[in-house]
Design a protein around this ligand. Structure first.
Ligand code: NAG
Ligand code: NAG
Ligand code: NAG
Ligand code: NAG
Ligand code: NAG
Length: 333
């Protein structure tokens, strides 16, 4: 009887732990000190003492006075935006060299020739274990752009990224169009995502990627004051738009990967490499990443995370985390 009970208990525990995407309890409490999970921060979040302090720590005279864009039918309204692109709005014409003074350019390429900058957005996803196992088996590190709300929901999965040696960057709290938000909204999206990563993983990222690439000089200026470098991409697999979540067939996504593999073989990146947009949204996107990895590895000389491309050996504000330089990672010392 006792052993039967033990057996049932054991089975239950194994079931709970091995069943992906079943919420679990953790020591991390997000019920206060954070916006509501998966909601864009509101005035309730802006009116706290903590946020006011963060807000007052920003030198707003360095932040260009740019009106937020409107979101219409789920997309950004570009209709009244001047052709001269005064705000270096990436969404308009992929501008990445800021026009306002004092701003760092976005990182859009890996400077190393024949090199594939490996990045995955929107994690941590509760189904990512097989994918992270695959990366580990291949001794492959990547840059992970984590959504704060996902870190709050899946803290063990977030910690795994750090343990596995991946580079963690901020991908906002709730994945909005950043240029559509007020200054407070932009600041809160960045600040609380970074805080969640620090709380759960113990590190303070120094990089972020705007959801949809949607950044302009106002948003850049706020990110820069939080010591977050803006990282975009120059190749988009469009895996985010794959069925069933999106509208493209797996064949269309394969065609994109194939053309990027061709580029690795035909000299497109002879002088400098690429940063590729991929996602850990679901089994489909992660399976595509696994399927194409061997072909990418053989088409490109190196496949590395962004910190490695840039020789950033201390990718967090905490100085006791050291990552390999490009030559260390690739063994080309
Ligand atoms: C995708 O799902 C299949 C079937 O459940 C599983 O075998 C595979 O490991 C999953 N792939 C990833 C990357 O999670
Ligand atoms: C390299 O391959 C890409 C993708 O197939 C193609 O668009 C590009 O024109 C090719 N470049 C050269 C120099 O052949
Ligand atoms: C994580 O993966 C699950 C299963 O594929 C999916 O339903 C969910 O939308 C993903 N979560 C996020 C936040 O993208
Ligand atoms: C990284 O370091 C290597 C070796 O010192 C150097 O050749 C390369 O130019 C550096 N790359 C960047 C982006 O600083
Ligand atoms: C870095 O220091 C922090 C705080 O002392 C500690 O919790 C963490 O384990 C250290 N990490 C490494 C990789 O040394």
């Amino acid at each position: 009887m006792f052993s039967t009970l033990l057996f049932i208990f054991g089975a239950l525990i194994t079931f709970v732990i091995s069943q992906e995407c079943v919420p679990y309890s953790s020591p991390y409490d997000f019920s206060s000190g954070y916006p509501t999970i998966w909601e864009t921060p509101t005035s309730d979040d802006f009116n706290t003492d903590e946020f006011q302090q963060v807000y007052n720590s920003i030198d707003w005279s360095q932040v260009p006075d740019i009106e937020p864009h409107q979101v219409v039918n789920g997309g950004l309204d570009r209709s009244n935006y001047p052709d001269s692109d005064p705000d270096c709005w990436w969404t308009y014409e992929q501008c990445s060299a800021p026009k306002a003074p004092g701003l760092q350019p976005d990182i859009t390429i890996c400077p190393e020739p024949e090199t594939w900058g490996l990045t995955y957005d929107d994690g941590p996803n509760c189904t990512h274990n097989a994918f992270y196992d695959f990366l580990s088996e291949n001794n492959q590190k990547a840059t992970m752009f984590f959504i704060g709300s996902n870190v709050a929901d899946w803290p063990n999965e977030a910690q795994r990224a750090l343990t596995d040696g991946h580079q963690i960057c901020v991908h906002t709290w709730s994945h909005p169009y950043m240029t559509s938000l007020s200054n407070e909204g932009v600041l809160a999206e960045l600040y609380y995502a970074r805080k969640a990563i620090k709380y759960v993983c113990g590190v303070t990222p120094l990089c972020w990627r705007p959801p949809y690439g949607d950044v302009d000089d106002r948003v850049r200026a706020i990110a820069q004051q939080l010591n977050l470098a803006t990282i975009i991409w120059n190749l988009d697999t469009n895996d985010w738009d794959m069925e069933p979540v999106g509208s493209e067939t797996p064949d269309q996504i394969d065609a994109n990967f194939q053309s990027f593999v061709n580029m690795g073989q035909n000299g497109t990146f002879a002088n400098s490499g690429c940063i590729v947009l991929e996602h850990e949204i679901n089994n489909g996107t992660m399976s595509k990443a696994i399927e194409w990895y061997p072909k990418i590895k053989s088409a490109y000389q190196y496949v590395v995370p962004i910190a490695t491309c840039m020789n950033i050996t201390q990718p967090y504000a905490e100085t006791n985390y050291t990552y390999p330089s490009f030559s260390e990672y690739t063994g080309t010392d």
